[in-house]
Ligand binder design. Sequence first.
Ligand code: NI
Length: 290
Amino acid sequence: MKKKKNQKKAGVFVLSVLLMLGLLLTLAGCGGDGSSAGAEENTIGEQANAAGTGSTASVIQIHTKGVEPKTEGIPDSRTDSGEVDTSGIDKEKPMIALTFDDGPGDGTERILRVLQENGAKATFFELGGRIQARPELSKKLAEAGMQMASHTYDHPDLTKISEEDVSSQYTRAEKAMEKATGGKPTALRPPYGASNERVRSQTPYPLILWNVDSEDWSSRDAEAICNAVYDANPGDGDILLFHDIYDSTADAIETLVPYFKEKGYQMVTVEQMFAAKGIELKNGTLYYNA
Ligand code: NI
């Protein structure tokens, strides 16, 4: 009887402990859920904040700790600290660089949308004068992580103007871009692809030409642009020339970007392609492909 009573006491004790444990676990569970939901909210808040105002990298790091980096698509051309970003680019797989001259213009917005929809990046060689006319377009490109580059201020043949005028072309284009995007151009495409030793020696950027010409400026026809590119059969390391000022180019890009993606080509910026291949881009030097 006594023994039985003790057993009953022990049973009540065990039951109480179990109840308390259960209560503690429940509380811990609530706490856990609450804090993780809070953290998630913070993360989203910070990301939105970062996109809107470009808040500091350290804040973003705290809230994204343990979160897998985005592996889908090509990263922004540069990291927040200004380094060329090749993370997530598979160096064993083919890559090409789509480049757009003479903008920002009528095709820019549609081209940007197609690039974004397909996880692609590209390089935009903009004219300072056109940036001043439509600064919001340049800003959108820069914010989307594209490589922002110079095509001079108003498209002169640099070999036919004085050293002072070349310098002024670079400076005015740079100021226009800086005002619109907050960043400076990271490369130059000389108008008409024209340069000489004198021009190159005073150029504070790598001079990027191309080895595949879509001839979009001449045909102004989407089908002809696509065919010119298919005929050229671009391969790994190639630089393709387009102009984002034509609707016909935007039409062609809507076909070509999904086509290249389907073929397994990584569409990267010029500086990403050279960095991924271990080629250092030097100021005052001409490059046609990587
Ligand atoms: Ni041009």
